[in-house]
Design a binder for this molecule. Structure first.
Ligand SMILES: Nc1ncnc2c1ncn2[C@@H]1O[C@H](COP(=O)(O)OP(=O)(O)OP(=O)(O)O)[C@@H](O)[C@H]1O
Length: 578
């Protein structure tokens, strides 16, 4: 139970103390009105059975007053419990979601890449909703467990034989619930898996809608989605259909208590061992105790299922974040020493050693898939190498705080992502405290001020998610403005002008040349004409450095670079000069 509470609150069970305390208070108070009622029945019986000459009116008023008082306390307890349980449920989710989002940000990119994005999204929203449900079920479960125990202890003092008869079915019921817990976990896990898969397939379907329309992939052709929905349906039916009867059996055993009270009560009454009021008290207690217990048993499967969501969240929270606390040094020389790296089993970079001097422009060229982008990702410490070291200013990046390292590096990617926010805020991601004048100055340097100014809302224009309302070149220039605003000494650049029209390409090239001035630049170049003036050109092929040097030196080498150069000259695949 403690482990479950830990999961429900994503590691902070203290949040549940207050609502549980109020639930216990309400349940204890709830015992007293029933005691007052039993007192009133005893007084009435004494008068009508002629055991007392007159009706104890004062006693009846007292019993009635007590009943009202305790019912008021029950109301207050339940109200407080209800309010605090919902508050702590939602507060726990809100804090848990923010905490998980922050944790995910610090995880190695390699771990995140191995996860389906739909799975993380599902965990963020749906799993936390399940935890909210689990939390709100706690008062019923607490009362369901507490009331029978207290009732059994209290009633045993009055007559232990009927008390035992009343709860005779209880152990069998517990045995049934315990017996199916393993099956319940197994079916619950399969159901949750099917639900996540269906969510993933749905996301894939919506994201791939352009392709589905372009290739006329109708519903039946795109069968993965349909299959996922059917599997989810089957797992839901199995979960309910297999487990439901067991829970009904458990409730039936609890309910046998009422008939056992009647049988044992009549037997003891006839034998003169108990009085009629005591018999009536047990009958009243029976209805009072069994109802909350049955409700609790009915809620138990949903509760256990919801708690499994907490287990998934806790296991993600236990994933180790990228280590390292050191500040990066002031020096910006970058060196790779015998670096070997691969995604999974395939080696992408094989024993690579390189040096990029501070303040120089290094270009990385090579055929598609040779590992150029991977090299940049290792320098930015999105991943750590499997062998060898990446040194920043002479220190191993593995010892550095990744966030502090990123304060020294700006990256301009080929595939620019803009957030569903204003243009101003999209540029401001470069430096959070930048004022409007600084944002506009950066936009001017990045050649995007003019097109922004022409938009009806200017800098306040909302950009569609992913930047969908802007052209490729416009998005590129906004991302360069972001990097200019960040104003850091090292720029990692994935040249992305190949897919642009000549006018946009010229603007982007102008923006890039302003961005890289006076900085350490490592540039992935797809067209060799742009690297002619680079201080050093590194030629990668199949994850190895096959050549390096200046443009002139590499041409005279007559190796891969010279062949690629000749090829591009022939095809005219490049259009502008550096
Ligand atoms: N996240 C990833 N998971 C698995 N494999 C990957 C991943 N990213 C890249 N790869 C693989 O690693 C190899 C090198 O990829 P990389 O993107 O570094 O090459 P590149 O030289 O930049 O290619 P391009 O010029 O086409 O962009 C490729 O075979 C690619 O399929």
């Amino acid at each position: 139970m403690l482990k479950q509470l830990h999961n429900i609150t994503t590691g902070n069970p203290k949040k549940l103390l207050k609502p549980i305390r109020w639930a216990v208070f309400a349940n204890l108070a709830n015992m007293f009105p029933f005691g007052c009622m039993a007192m009133a029945v005893a007084m009435l019986y004494a008068y009508y059975a002629k055991e007392q000459a007159s009706l104890n009116i004062q006693g009846l008023w007292l019993a009635w007053g007590g009943m009202v008082l305790f019912l008021a306390l029950v109301f207050i307890g339940e109200l407080k419990s209800y309010r605090s349980i919902y508050r702590s449920g939602y507060a726990s989710s809100a804090a848990g979601r923010a905490n998980l989002a922050e944790h995910i940000r610090k995880l190695p990119l390699g771990f995140l890449m191995s996860k389906d994005p739909g799975e993380l999204g599902h965990m963020m929203m749906s799993d936390f909703n399940q935890l909210e449900n689990a939390v709100t079920n706690i008062p019923q479960l607490v009362s369901g467990a507490l009331v029978p125990v207290l009732a059994f202890v209290a009633l045993s003092f009055m007559d232990w034989q009927i008390a035992v008869a009343m709860f005779a079915g209880f152990p069998v019921s517990l045995l049934v619930l315990w017996g199916i817990s393993g099956l319940e976990r197994k079916l619950g896990a399969r159901h949750a898996r099917a639900k996540i898969t269906a969510a993933n397939r749905l996301q894939e379907y919506l994201l791939g809608m352009k392709i589905i329309k372009a290739y006329n992939l109708r519903g039946e052709n795109f069968s993965r989605l349909g299959q996922a929905f059917y599997r989810y349906m089957n797992e839901s039916i199995k979960l309910e259909g297999i487990l439901g009867p067991f829970f009904l059996v458990a409730i039936a055993f609890i309910q046998t208590g009422l008939s056992l009270i009647t049988m044992a009560g009549v037997y003891l009454l006839l034998g003169g061992e108990i009085t009629v009021p005591l018999f009536a008290l047990f009958l009243l207690a029976g209805t009072h105790v069994f109802d909350p217990l049955s409700v609790a048993i009915l809620r138990l499967p949903a509760f256990r299922y919801d708690v499994m969501a907490g287990e998934r969240i806790v296991s993600l929270l236990k994933e180790p974040v990228m280590a390292g606390e050191k500040e990066p040094p002031a020096d910006h020389d970058i060196r790779l020493e015998n670096v070997t790296f691969g995604y999974g089993r395939n080696t992408v970079l094989d024993n690579v050693s390189l040096e990029m001097k501070a303040g120089t422009l290094t270009a990385i060229v090579g055929p598609s898939g040779s590992g150029k982008s991977t090299l940049l990702r290792l320098i930015a410490r999105f991943y750590d190498p499997q062998q060898g070291r990446v040194l920043f200013g002479g220190s191993d990046e593995r010892e550095m705080d990744p966030e502090k390292l990123m304060q020294k590096i700006s990256m301009v990617f080929q595939d620019v992502y803009l957030f569903a926010d204003t243009i101003t805020n999209n540029i401001r991601y470069g430096r959070e405290n930048a004022v409007q004048e600084e944002i506009e100055a950066a936009a001017k340097e990045a050649c995007c001020h003019d097109f922004i100014a022409r938009l009806p809302q200017g800098y306040d224009t909302m950009v569609g998610e992913g930047g969908s309302t802007l052209s490729g070149g416009e998005k590129q220039r906004i991302s360069i403005a972001r990097a200019i605003l960040k104003n850091v000494p090292v720029i990692l650049l994935d040249e992305a002008t190949s897919s642009l029209d000549p006018e946009n390409e010229l603007e982007v090239q102008k923006a890039i040349s302003r961005l890289i001035q006076g900085r350490t630049v490592i540039l992935i170049a797809h067209r060799l004409k742009t690297v002619v003036k680079a201080d050093n050109i590194i030629v990668l092929d199949k994850g190895k450095v096959v050549e390096q040097g200046t443009h002139a030196a590499l041409l005279s080498n007559n190796g891969l670079y010279a062949r690629l150069w000749e090829l591009q000259m022939k095809t005219g695949g490049w259009r502008i000069s550096a």
